[in-house]
Design a protein around this ligand. Structure first.
Ligand SMILES: Nc1ncnc2c1ncn2[C@@H]1O[C@H](COP(=O)(O)OP(=O)(O)OP(=O)(O)O)[C@@H](O)[C@H]1O
Ligand SMILES: [Mg+2]
Length: 249
């Protein structure tokens, strides 16, 4: 079947924007129930990689496999259906709806099966599931507050709850702590660590220090290519990586 039980395989993927090569023939393999990070300086190609592996961009060349199945060229909504969910670099919640309503919408959108239940049973099910998800991300106490009233970090947590509504086997996150205070960052990193016990998580992050403590495996992108891959210790000791990170000032 698939190589050594990988959940996601990226094989020789390139992404060109006109004549610009944002990703140049990159390959990587991700194991199930692990937390991996794609790191690299600004402009390295991290968001492009995220967009390709989450199905937002079709690669110019190369193949993607999910649990051994070739998924290259699947539509964005099909990625969600097969078990790949993402939370964005930009906040993406409905501000005027409550936290609970936001998650409920996500649960409903992603579960066609609720259409098979009677309306009352379906409503109860969706409501309960949304409450479980709010609890999971630490927002149960803010259930009925409009999303607009939540702090930035809480809105990002809400987005995570919405991504989890699809019950993904693979969760992709682009700079999950972007714009957060140090306190909010700690809360989010704890949440990500906890989530990765139950599913595969790949985060894209430019702050290397942030992911060093929690990721089992790091892949370093630089100018659209993988410069290094390894454990936090290996990456910390890697001369090429140090040069790239020091070089950016
Ligand atoms: N839609 C696009 N059209 C043209 N060029 C693009 C496009 N998207 C990204 N690029 C270019 O590709 C390169 C990689 O961009 P990308 O956003 O993937 O970097 P990144 O590693 O996520 O950076 P950051 O740390 O700033 O988020 C950059 O030079 C960028 O200008
Ligand atoms: Mg980016």
């Amino acid at each position: 079947m698939n190589a050594a039980g990988a959940i996601l395989e990226v094989e020789g993927v390139s992404k060109h924007f006109g004549r610009f090569i944002a990703l140049n023939n990159v390959s990587a393999r991700f194991q199930p129930n692990k937390l991996s990070a794609i790191i690299g300086p600004n402009g390295a190609g991290k968001s492009t990689f995220f967009n390709v592996v989450s199905g937002a961009f079709a690669p110019t060349a190369g193949r993607l496999k999910f649990k051994g199945r070739d998924i290259t060229g699947l539509k964005q909504h099909e990625f969600a259906r097969i078990g790949i969910a993402k939370s964005f670099q930009v906040t993406n919640v409905f501000k005027q709806l409550s936290a609970h309503e936001n998650v409920r919408v996500a649960v409903q959108m992603r579960h066609a099966r609720y259409q098979l239940l009677g309306p009352r049973a379906a409503m109860r099910d969706v409501t309960e599931r949304a409450d479980q998800l709010l609890l999971r991300v630490g927002l149960a106490g803010l259930r009925d507050r409009p999303a607009a009233d939540l702090a930035h970090g809480q809105q990002r947590a809400l987005e995570v709850a919405m991504a989890l509504a699809a019950e993904p086997e693979l969760l992709l996150m682009d700079e999950p702590t972007a714009g957060m205070s140090p306190e909010e960052t700690v809360v989010m990193m704890d949440l990500i660590t906890a989530l990765s016990q139950e599913r595969s998580v790949i985060i894209v992050e430019h702050k290397m220090k942030l992911v060093m403590g929690i990721c089992e495996r790091l892949l370093v992108l630089h100018h659209g290519e993988f410069l290094a891959e390894g454990t936090p210790e290996e990456i910390k000791a890697n001369a090429d990586v140090r040069r790239v990170y020091l070089g950016q000032g």
